[in-house]
Design a protein around this ligand. Structure first.
Ligand SMILES: [Cu+2]
Length: 475
């Protein structure tokens, strides 16, 4: 059964502004001394999405919390995390967007054995890039992440830009029942073949996204992280002009977003500088406008009555220093084509599953409806789609021949977005997850400098589950 409630000003009672205004995260986890181990326990817990007086929801969270603890580390530090699995299922932790060694990437069977219930795994690696990253499981992702398993990982720059507040915004949606329980409709066939598991309640940092308290004149750095299974957000800040300074954790030339909307696909991150230029006591909506005819008011920026902190925006540089990523050399690149196919209204007739060509009816009967270059993935271990020569520049030309958008994520590397539909993309931003609209074509480039077998997959978790995944080898 699919919920038909529209997301937005919702049918569930909210317990009032006070709780929502407190949508700040608890203190981050930090290693006090080099050599310390941080502990993350994925386990069942409870959340109150509607504030203190609201109903309780049983969730799964890191250390029982939704979002999980914010992990903070400095660029170049060695991060050590002991993960103790207190779930009734196997799990792993994937460090999304971090260019770290293969054995630490957290993909079961491909990079490590899954962590069984009651068992533990030690993740230990040096963090090469500063920026906004996050972590989540890679086992039964649609269910485990859909129940709340994720957290933000901030890698601090040696010299961050001057701001009044550095704030994390975890944006997510949930599919809740009338009783505010997590709907157990994971991997519903309709979700697999359409937009994925869209929720009916949107949250900011684990709370019904009603309001966010600000002060006139202050400068915020917002680290926006989309942890939804499937929802693509397109945030428009009425009365404000957010300035993008990083995408997917990687510094970007500071710019205002095209058409004023910040598009954040599942797994995507956008860092913005936001000067609070509204009036003391004012309220300014932030709209989510991605899906046509399904726009809603995500939250309000609520100004307190205090006089502005300053009368004109802070006069300080906002550009971030680049991370140490090898620059692609297009003149000597290996080139590869990837075609995304399948889904409802996609016209795919057949695909290869487990080495056998099957018609779409038979595939669908096995829960597979998407394919990359004609192959539907089953699990994480498969023949590589391509082998990239270690150290060589790779250009991927990716074509979406489906009727749905797909955020495509490559593990172990960041890539430059070169072109979209044949047109050069301004600044060629570094990304680890590139969103393709229906019928889009993009070209991305990167140096294959991280050896191993890496996943390349759609981050709409229901699409990944239903076959939209592949392995690429760097050797
Ligand atoms: Cu997809």
């Amino acid at each position: 059964m699919r919920p038909s409630k529209p997301i937005g000003r919702r049918s569930v009672l909210r317990s009032g502004l006070a709780a929502a205004l407190g949508a700040a995260l608890p203190l981050p986890l930090r290693q006090a001394r080099a050599g310390d181990w941080l502990r993350l326990e994925p386990r069942p817990g409870t959340a109150r999405f509607f504030g203190d007086g609201g109903p309780q929801t049983g969730v799964w969270g890191y250390n029982g919390a939704v979002p999980g603890p914010e992990v903070r580390v400095r660029q170049g530090d060695r991060l050590r995390v002991l993960v103790e699995n207190q779930l009734p299922q196997e799990t792993t932790v994937h460090w999304h967007g971090l260019r770290i060694p293969h054995a630490m990437d957290g993909v079961p069977d491909l990079t490590q054995p899954a962590i069984k219930p009651g068992e533990a795994f030690r993740y230990e690696f040096q963090v090469p890039d500063a920026g906004t990253f996050w972590y989540h499981p890679h086992v039964r992702s649609s269910e485990q992440q859909g129940r709340g398993l994720y957290g933000v990982l901030v890698v601090e720059e040696p010299e961050p830009p001057a701001v009044d507040r550095d704030v994390i915004w975890v944006i997510d949606d949930w599919r809740l029942t009338e009783q505010s329980a997590i709907s157990e409709t994971f991997d519903h066939p309709h979700d697999l073949s359409h937009d994925g598991r869209l929720g009916n309640v949107a949250t900011l940092n684990g709370l019904d996204s009603a309001a966010f308290a600000v002060r006139a004149g202050e400068r915020l750095r917002l680290r926006i992280v989309n942890t939804a299974n499937a929802r693509i957000f397109a945030l428009r800040f009425e009365g404000h002009r957010p300035l993008v300074i990083a995408l997917d954790g990687q510094p970007a030339t500071p710019h205002e977003p095209e058409d004023g909307r910040l598009v954040v696909p599942p797994a995507g991150r956008v860092d913005v500088i936001l000067d609070m230029q509204g009036e003391p006591g004012g309220r300014y909506p932030v709209m989510d406008e991605f899906y046509p005819r399904r726009s809603y008011r995500y939250l309000d920026l609520v100004y307190d009555q205090a006089a502005p902190l300053r009368n004109s925006p802070l006069d300080a540089a906002v550009a971030l220093a680049p991370n140490p990523i090898a620059e692609p050399n297009l003149a000597e690149a290996q080139r590869h084509d990837i075609v995304l196919a399948g889904g409802a209204m996609g016209g795919m007739r057949s695909a290869i599953l487990d080495g056998q060509t099957m018609e779409i009816g038979e595939l669908a009967g096995r829960g597979k409806v998407w394919a990359l270059n004609g192959i539907a993935a089953h699990g994480h271990v498969m023949e590589p789609l391509f082998t990239f020569r270690l150290g060589r520049t790779q250009v991927l030309s990716i074509r979406n021949e489906t009727a749905f958008p797909h955020p495509m994520h490559l593990h172990g590397h960041s890539f430059r977005l070169l072109t979209r539909n044949g047109n050069p993309v301004a600044g060629n931003p570094w990304l680890d997850t590139v969103l393709l609209a229906a019928e889009d074509r993009v070209e991305v480039a990167f140096v294959a400098d991280n050896p191993g077998d890496w996943l390349f997959h759609c981050h709409v978790l229901e699409h990944m589950q239903a076959g939209m995944s592949a392995v690429v080898r760097v050797a």
